[in-house]
Design a protein around this ligand. Structure first.
Ligand SMILES: *Cc1c(COP(=O)(O)O)cnc(C)c1O
Length: 368
C-alpha cells in the first residue's frame, strides 16, 4: 500500500474527530430514525429516512475518504450494482458485462435488464483487452475476475470504452479502494460489495457506488431514494466499525495469501493455481502495475470433486462458505454454483489467522 493509501486509512480512523464536541462518544452513535423534527422543510438537514440517515452518512464519509470521491451506500453489493446500471442504461442501450465475473450480475442483466430492452453482451474478462466497444452504452468490468482471477488493464480499457462513448463501471469488490483505484484509472463509477473485506466479519450485507461525475451520482442517489433500496442504521454501524480495521486486515490477508499461494503451488496435489502476485501468473504484470497488493483470493484445482470436498472438510482453519474477505479463511468449490470451472476448482479467501498454523492445517488436509 502506498503512502497515499496509508494516509486514507489514517483519515478514515479519525473522520469523526474534528466534529466531536466535549463529552461526545468516540464511537459512532446508531440513530434509528425514520422521521426527523421538521417544523419546516427549508434548512433541515434530514427529512425522512429514505432520503438520508446519519448512520449511513457516516459510512459514506469513511468510504469517500477511501475512494477520494463521493459515495452512496446501499443495503448490499447487488443493490449498489443495480443502482449503477439503472442510472446509466435505457431501452436500446448495449451493456457489456464479463461472462466470467460475479454470476449474480449476469443473472440480473439477463433476467431483468434484457426484458426491458437492454442488449446484454457477455465477453470473457481476458477478451476486454481487444474488444471493440463501438456502440456500447455501458462497459462493465470486474478485475481481478471472480473466481478466475484474470485481470483487465483498467486504464487502457477505460480509455477505449470512453472514446467509444460508453460509461465505464468497475466492480472493485475483490480489491477495495485501498488496493485498486479504478476512478483514478479512468472509470466513471465504482461499485463494490462492502459485505466482503470492508465490513469484514461475515455478519452484514452492504454496498456502495462511488463516482466523481456529479450528474451520474445524482441519478444513482435518485435511484436509491425512489426504489427505496436504503441501508438500515444498525447495518451501517456494523460496517462503520468493521471498516476501521480494513487496512490492518488486508495487510495480513495479502501477505499470508502470497506465502500460501507459493506453498500450494509447490505442493504435488495442486494444479493450475492462480494468484496475481506470483511472477509466473498470467495476471502478474498488469496486477503489479495497477494494484497496490495482490489480494487475498487464490484459485486452484485438486484432482476432482471428491478430493476438493475432502480438503475443505478436513482443514480445520477453512470455513466452508460462499463469499470472501472475512476474518476466517474460507473456501468453496465454485462448480457447485455452476461457474464454468473444473469440478476440483477451489476458491480460497485467506483470512487473518496467523500464517503458520493456517498453513499447517492446509498442508495436513492436503496430505491426508
Ligand atoms: C459478493 C459480490 C457482489 C454482491 O454483493 P452482495 O453484498 O452479496 O449483494 C458483487 N460483486 C462481487 C464481485 C462480489 O463478490
Amino acid at each position: 500500500m502506498d503512502r497515499a493509501s496509508q494516509t486514507r486509512a489514517a483519515q478514515l480512523l479519525h473522520h469523526r474527530s474534528a466534529g466531536l464536541k466535549k463529552g461526545d462518544p468516540i464511537s459512532l452513535p446508531i440513530v434509528p430514525a425514520a422521521t426527523f423534527h421538521l417544523p419546516e422543510v427549508a434548512g433541515a438537514s434530514h427529512f425522512y429516512g429514505r432520503n438520508g440517515m446519519t448512520t449511513w452518512e457516516a459510512v459514506e464519509d469513511q468510504l469517500a475518504l477511501l475512494e477520494d470521491a463521493p459515495c452512496i451506500s446501499f443495503p448490499s453489493g447487488m443493490a449498489a450494482i443495480s443502482a449503477a446500471l439503472m442510472a446509466t442504461l435505457k431501452v436500446g442501450a448495449k451493456l457489456i458485462i464479463p461472462a466470467d465475473g460475479y454470476y449474480v450480475t449476469r443473472v440480473l442483466s439477463e433476467g431483468f435488464l434484457a426484458p426491458f430492452g437492454v442488449e446484454v453482451v457477455e465477453i470473457a474478462t481476458a477478451a476486454y483487452a481487444a474488444h471493440d466497444f463501438t456502440g456500447a452504452s455501458v462497459v462493465y468490468l470486474e478485475t481481478p475476475s471472480n473466481p478466475g482471477l484474470d485481470v483487465i488493464d483498467i486504464a487502457a480499457v477505460s480509455a477505449r470504452a470512453r472514446a467509444a462513448g460508453a460509461v465505464v463501471i468497475v466492480d472493485n469488490t475483490t480489491m477495495t479502494p485501498l488496493l485498486q483505484r479504478p476512478l483514478d484509472l479512468g472509470a466513471d463509477l465504482v461499485v463494490a460489495a462492502d459485505t466482503k473485506a470492508p465490513a469484514g466479519h461475515s455478519d452484514v450485507l452492504f454496498g456502495h457506488v462511488a463516482g466523481r461525475d456529479a450528474a451520474l451520482m445524482a441519478r444513482v442517489k435518485d435511484w436509491r431514494r425512489l426504489s427505496g433500496a436504503v441501508p438500515g442504521p444498525f447495518e451501517a454501524w456494523q460496517v462503520h466499525r468493521g471498516i476501521e480495521t480494513l487496512e490492518l486486515r488486508l495487510e495480513r490477508m495479502c501477505a499470508s495469501a502470497h506465502v500460501i499461494a507459493e506453498r500450494l503451488q509447490a505442493h504435488g496435489a495442486v494444479r493450475n493455481l492462480r494468484y496475481p502476485g506470483l511472477e509466473g501468473d498470467a495476471s502478474y504484470q498488469i496486477s503489479k502495475a495497477q494494484m497496490q497488493g495482490f489480494g487475498f483470493l487464490i484459485g486452484f484445482e485438486l484432482a476432482d470433486e471428491a478430493r476438493a470436498e475432502r480438503f475443505l472438510a478436513d482443514c480445520r482453519y477453512i470455513v466452508q462458505s460462499t463469499s470472501f474477505g472475512g476474518t476466517h479463511t474460507s473456501g468453496e468449490r465454485r462448480a457447485r454454483w455452476g461457474d464454468k470451472v473444473d469440478p476440483g476448482f477451489i476458491r480460497l479467501s485467506v483470512g487473518i489467522e496467523p500464517l503458520e498454523p493456517l498453513w499447517s492445517a492446509m498442508e495436513a488436509a492436503l496430505n491426508a
